[in-house]
Design a protein around this ligand. Structure first.
Ligand code: NIG
Ligand code: FE
Length: 419
């Protein structure tokens, strides 16, 4: 019997469905193989996947539109589970400080770094922030990313934090990328609260109710770091967020090993992010938990650190690992998640299979989108990438360039190379 579909993608050389058959994050031995169909086709109806399998089994599908994938690789749209998307200005002037060896946290202590972006973000209108973020979203899309987490955290006052969160909400309505909003009001201590971190945290805590009421964020995050917020402050702040029904994340053990990884596990955080300084005990606890380890090798690279997150030990211990750009104007100014995939191969020694799980299924888990993003499976949104590549190993291997040929979001072509 003939079945009508809107779109049929034929002549797919390798279809990486990432459909493991379970709705759990992928860890352990399961990371060694990928669900692949060769000589495949995908059928799409009303923006959803209605067929994904061998092309020879698709001959009962009659399509309004046929896309010939020309033997290329097709995967789910990538998920970027950690970005600081909304900000004013830029920080190219810090590059020479970095070259002189001034540490990241010292630039921050001197009122630069995050605080210089705070100044620019406070000065920007909502419309300016929206237009700027829209530009970066288009670039993320061009790299094959169809779902993006976006944090606030460059306002550090009531008005500007809400302004940032409203921009995320608006962008989610007007841009085809799905956005997931995180409140990171506890990102740094603003100059007006110098030496008064408790009072500042109280102001941010007082914002939680209105954020909840207006559905402005799903997650609450904090920068748990030397000179920023202590483990004890992070515990209190995030516990208070959880009490109000937020899911939580932590910038944990990014630069100094404070024990943020253990705190992420203790709080059943959805993710612990960075984890460069995670202790052996932290890794052990993480492996036994549902918290996703979101690793950001672009940040270690850009900050000129020799030390990277111990991805091999984490994966071998049984942690569920995701990878993300950490896109932000200071420690990782890039929208290129494919470059991060290469860094994960070269610096974190992750295998291509582990890397693909880390930018699809596990990344979706890190932002509570495991039911809708990161897989090509029946009844799910048709978010797909057609790559200028014969196989999945090629993407982390050929580094620093964009391999995307076509991006489909909810079944519609939203990006095509060269157009
Ligand atoms: O994830 N570490 C804190 N936040 C960001 C950097 C923000 C910035 O430098 O503007 C990060 O690295
Ligand atoms: Fe970050």
């Amino acid at each position: 019997m003939i079945k009508k579909v809107d779109t049929l993608i034929i002549n797919i050389g390798q279809l990486l469905t990432m459909d493991t058959g379970s709705n759990e994050p992928v860890r352990g031995d399961a990371l060694q193989s990928l669900p692949i169909v060769e000589h495949a086709a995908v059928g799409i109806m009303d923006g959803k996947i209605v067929f994904a399998g061998f092309e020879k089994d698709a001959n009962t599908l009659e399509a309004k539109e046929v896309i010939d994938a020309d033997g290329k690789l097709v995967t789910p749209g990538l998920v970027d589970s950690h970005t600081h998307l909304i900000f004013g200005g830029s920080r190219e002037h810090e590059l020479s400080l970095k070259q002189q060896g001034v540490p990241y946290l010292e630039i921050l202590q001197q009122g630069g770094g995050i605080l210089s972006t705070v100044k620019a973000t406070r000065e920007a209108t909502e419309e300016e922030l929206l237009n700027k973020a829209y530009f970066h979203l288009n670039r993320l899309l061009s790299y094959g990313i169809t779902t993006v987490e976006a944090k606030s955290g460059y306002g550090l006052d009531t008005e500007t934090e809400l302004k940032q969160l409203r921009v995320v909400k608006k962008l989610n309505e007007i841009h085809c990328i799905d956005l997931v909003s995180t409140f990171l009001g506890a990102h740094a201590i603003p100059p007006e609260y110098k030496q008064q971190s408790e009072e500042f945290l109280l102001e941010m805590e007082n914002l939680l109710d209105v954020i909840k009421e207006e559905s402005l964020a799903e997650f609450v995050d904090i920068f748990c770091e030397t000179g920023v917020f202590t483990v004890e402050q992070s515990r209190r702040f995030l516990t208070s967020a959880k009490r109000r029904g937020f899911d939580v994340k932590i910038h944990a053990d990014e630069i100094d090993p404070l024990g943020g990884t253990e705190l992420a596990v203790e709080l059943c955080a959805r993710s612990g992010d960075h984890l460069v300084g995670a202790s052996d005990e932290g890794i052990r606890q993480l492996a036994d938990s549902s918290t996703i380890a979101v690793l950001l090798p672009g940040t270690s690279f850009y900050l000129g650190k020799d030390k990277n997150a111990r991805a091999r030990e984490m994966i071998d211990a049984g942690c569920a690992v995701a990878l993300s750009t950490d896109f932000n104007p200071g420690s990782s100014p890039t929208e290129n998640l494919q470059l991060i995939m290469s860094l994960a191969a070269l610096k974190l020694k992750m295998s291509p299979e582990e890397i693909w799980y880390a930018v699809t299924v596990n990344a979706a888990h890190a932002i509570n989108r495991e039911k809708t993003a990161g897989k090509i499976a029946l009844h799910r949104p048709a978010d797909l990438v057609i790559w200028d590549s014969p196989n999945y190993q090629y993407i982390p291997y050929h580094y620093g360039v964009n391999h995307v040929n076509t991006v489909l979001k909810n079944g519609h072509v939203v990006y095509k190379r060269g157009q």
